[in-house]
Write a protein that binds this ligand. Sequence first.
Ligand code: F3S
Length: 64
Amino acid sequence: MKLILDSDKCQGHGRCYALAPELVDSDDYGDAVLVGDGTVPEGMEEKAQLIVDNCPEFALTLEQ
Ligand code: F3S
């Protein structure tokens, strides 16, 4: 499972990195950047889905 970030959609709401700092970090502008290549570690699948569901800009998606 892999997180995909559409940086053009991200408006820096910050819910993703507040909820799952293991998966998403912030840049100097408060926009999201994926940790590593976005691969979701074992056991983090539910948290990944949570941040996908919580981004108001639909900037995050999950790829199987
Ligand atoms: Fe950006 Fe959505 Fe996170 S707008 S900072 S990807 S909650």
